[in-house]
Each structure stands twice: as structure tokens, then as C-alpha cells.
Write a protein that binds this ligand. Structure first.
Ligand code: CMX
Length: 385
């Protein structure tokens, strides 16, 4: 179902309007971006549930300049996010609407957009948009004898959240939609773990849990963060928990999704089977293509990750000392999944003294399958408490 993504507001004097929202809501724009083709400069302001796009005309031919001349400052449009903007355009054409452009086109904030004329929509300009993965460049972090890649979004003055992907994934594979949703209110760092995505292979280092934990430490150090919230997906959540054990003072709050902490032989075999399925592209060519595109050497990485998974059952110490993690932790998983299962999430919930458990609809625990509309409000509330 479409989601109200933002509310567009036409402004004459953006400084006056940003001061107003600061006085009213205590928030400043977290991002400013020009969209030449639309003749506007956009300034994004966010509250827990609403995102405002303040629109400044870039010149007299801008539709916003025309609007301001005719109607003065105020509500300009409502934008609804859809999963497939091309399908939405086709559907609306078939239903008799005439979109204002032949095709969706690039708008602000990494979106494809199209509009319906307010004459067709009872006086309100309606925009449809779809987030498209955009090429945003990572910062290269010097680490040991190479570099890690970390993507930084949002205002550094906001509270920082370090997003840790699952093994085999990467910041741009799975984590990006979540990162984009957090960007309005947080300073978000999405790290590519060693060997993943744009990070170097570090071939002379074996993958171990503590090696990945040290990757997180390096990222926080480089961004000069004494403390951050940590979100981890799958094994990324396990890395985050281990980090919290080793560096308790550097973690404010934790969130894990689809994270297993009972690494017996069965769980290892299940995780390896999933990796192998990805590696041989069985059944999911799109996933296989993405893995090869995102990782420099996916086959080599899959091999090293299989060895890494074999090391996990040795970490009885982590499991045994989970009770020491006193950080407020939001644990989530989906209701209809195999392994890692809800039992793993329940187990973690029982072991962490200061945790809450969220059960989300779904049959896959991956970040790609995460129901963001259900999860993001819970996560934001948890992190902003
Ligand atoms: N909301 C409600 N009514 C609007 C309107 C708006 N945003 N913009 C124009 N109108 C009304 C006008 O008041 C006018 O009404 P009357 O006939 O009753 O006077 C009517 O629509 C026609 O207005 P117009 O000034 O003649 O303008 P046009 O028809 O030439 O253009 C529109 C209107 C919507 C087609 C044009 O503004 C447009 O293409 N908008 C989409 C692009 C855009 O707004 N880009 C900026 C946003 C960028 C982003 O979000 O990324």
C-alpha cells in the first residue's frame, strides 16, 4: 500500500521557514538538494512520522515560482511512495488519469517521481515516488593493511547509528533502504565489513567474530564517535552484540534483526546452505547478479564465510555471558521463518535483561525482506527514547 512519503511546501524565504519549524518542532533541515530539472531547491525537515519538503524556486520559470505568484506560500503537494512507480503510472493511465510526464523522472532524495495535475485530483497536486538505489560513494577508512568502506548519511549533529549488514550482504545490498529511512533523524554509518562490498579483501586475515568486531571499532574511531547506536542484521547482529560485550561504553542502544546466537552445528549448516545457494545462484538469478555486482570477489568471499561460520560454535563464551549486555536492545524477527527462527529471537530476548522483542510479519529474516513500514517506527522509537 502506498505510504505518505513527504509533504511539499512552497516557500518564499527558506530561512524564515526553517527558523519557524525549528521554533515549532525543534528540528532543522537534515538535507538540502537542488533539482535543476524541476526548477527547485529542496530542504528536508523530518519529525518522527512526517517528512516535509520545503520547496524554493530556483528561477521565475520554476513551477514553484508560478505557484508562489498565484497562490502564495503553503501546501504544494502530497507525495506517496509506491513499490513500482512504472506499474503505478500504467495503472493510473488505465484508470483514466493523465500523468504530467510521459515517464517517471529523477526527483530529489534519490527518488523517481511523477505528478498528477491538481485538476484531476480535487485541487491537491499529487506526486508518486519510488526510492531508487543511488550510487553514493563510501568513505574509505584506513584499516590494518588496507581500507574499509563506510557510507555516511544524515546530519552528523544527530545521534549516530552504525548499521552492520549480515555476512554475504553489504551496505548497498540490503541495508540501503533502512539507512535511507533513518537518514532524516540520525547520523547513519553503514559499514561494509572486511571482504564485503567496497571494503578490501584483507586476504591475509582470517575472518573471525573478533576481526569483524574490530572493523566496527575502527569505523567508530575514524568518525570520532565515542558512542553510537548499533543495528545489526543476521550475523551482523551477532557482531554488534559481541561489540557491546567488548566495548560496553561505546554502545548506546542495540537493535538486532534475524540474529541467531545459538550456533550449534545445525545452525552453521543451515547458514552455509544459504550461502552455497547464493554462491551457485540456484533459484534466484537477481540475487546472484547483485552479489556478483556488489562484492569484488563473491565466490572467494563465500568460501571464506563458510570457514568463518564453522568458527561460530566455539563462541560459547558469548552465549554464556549475554546476560552482561545491559544495553536497551530491540530484538526482532519474522513470524513465519525457518532458521534463524523465532525461537532464536525468543532465546536472545530471555537472555538479554534489558531487551524488547518485536515479531514482524514475514517468512524471511533477511534485511531485504524486512517490512520497513512496520519496523522503522519501532526502531526509531527504540533509538530515540
Ligand atoms: N496545488 C494545487 N493547485 C495548483 C498547484 C498546486 N501545487 N499548482 C497549480 N495549481 C492550480 C492553479 O492554482 C490553477 O488553478 P486555477 O485554474 O483554479 O487558477 C491551476 O492549478 C493551473 O495552474 P497554473 O498556474 O496554470 O499551472 P500549470 O497548469 O501550468 O502547472 C502544474 C501546474 C501542477 C502542472 C505544475 O506546477 C507542475 O508541473 N507541477 C509538477 C512539478 C513540480 O511541482 N515540481 C516541483 C516539485 C519537485 C519535487 O518534489 O521534487
Amino acid at each position: 500500500m502506498p505510504r505518505l512519503e513527504h509533504i511539499g511546501i512552497a516557500v518564499d524565504d527558506v530561512n524564515a521557514v526553517t527558523s519557524l519549524y525549528e521554533a515549532l518542532l525543534g528540528v532543522r533541515p537534515y538535507k538540502t538538494e537542488g533539482v535543476e530539472r524541476e526548477g527547485v531547491r529542496t530542504h528536508f525537515v523530518s519529525t518522527e512520522s512526517a517528512k516535509l519538503e520545503l520547496l524554493e524556486a530556483l528561477g521565475p520559470d520554476s513551477p514553484v515560482a508560478k505557484y508562489l505568484d498565484k497562490r502564495g506560500e503553503g501546501l504544494h503537494h502530497l507525495a506517496f511512495e509506491v513499490g513500482d512507480i512504472h506499474a503505478q503510472m500504467r495503472r493510473l493511465r488505465e484508470a483514466g488519469f493523465t500523468p504530467l510526464s510521459d515517464d517517471p523522472r529523477a526527483g530529489a532524495d534519490g527518488k523517481l517521481i511523477f505528478f498528477l495535475h491538481p485538476k484531476q485530483t480535487h485541487g491537491v497536486l499529487v506526486e508518486f515516488c519510488q526510492s531508487v538505489p543511488t550510487a553514493f560513494e563510501p568513505r574509505s577508512i584506513p584499516y590494518k593493511n588496507g581500507h574499509l568502506a563506510a557510507y555516511e548519511l544524515g546530519d552528523p549533529a544527530n545521534t549516530s547509528v552504525l548499521v552492520v549488514h549480515d555476512v554475504g550482504d553489504a551496505a548497498l545490498l540490503g541495508a540501503e533502504p533502512l539507512v535511507r529511512r533513518l537518514e532524516p533523524q540520525f547520523h547513519v554509518l553503514a559499514l561494509d565489513l572486511a571482504g564485503h562490498g567496497r571494503s578490501d579483501a584483507f586476504a591475509d586475515h582470517s575472518f573471525t567474530l573478533d576481526f569483524f568486531v574490530d572493523n566496527l571499532r575502527a569505523a567508530l574511531d575514524v568518525f570520532d564517535l565515542d558512542q553510537a547506536h548499533l543495528f545489526g542484521a543476521g550475523v551482523g547482529g551477532y557482531v554488534a552484540l559481541r561489540f557491546a560485550q567488548q566495548h560496553p561504553g561505546r554502545v548506546a542502544r542495540l537493535a538486532t534483526h534475524g540474529t541467531n546466537v545459538i550456533w550449534d552445528d545445525r545452525a552453521v549448516e543451515a547458514a552455509k546452505t544459504r550461502l552455497e545457494a547464493d554462491a551457485v545462484a540456484s533459484g534466484d538469478p537477481a540475487r546472484a547478479g547483485a552479489l556478483t555486482d556488489v562484492h569484488t570477489d563473491w565466490t572467494g568471499l563465500a568460501r571464506r564465510l563458510a570457514d568463518f561460520l564453522d568458527t561460530l560454535p566455539r563462541h560459547h563464551d558469548i552465549e554464556a555471558s549475554l546476560g552482561q549486555i545491559g544495553h536497551p536492545t530491540l530484538i526482532s524477527d519474522v513470524d513465519r521463518t525457518g532458521v534463524p527462527s523465532m525461537e532464536a529471537a525468543l532465546h536472545l530476548h530471555r537472555r538479554l535483561p534489558n531487551s524488547a522483542l518485536a515479531v514482524l510479519p514475514g517468512d524471511q529474516s533477511t534485511l531485504q525482506a524486512l517490512h520497513l513500514d512496520a519496523y522503522v517506527p519501532l526502531l526509531k522509537r527504540h533509538l530515540l527514547t
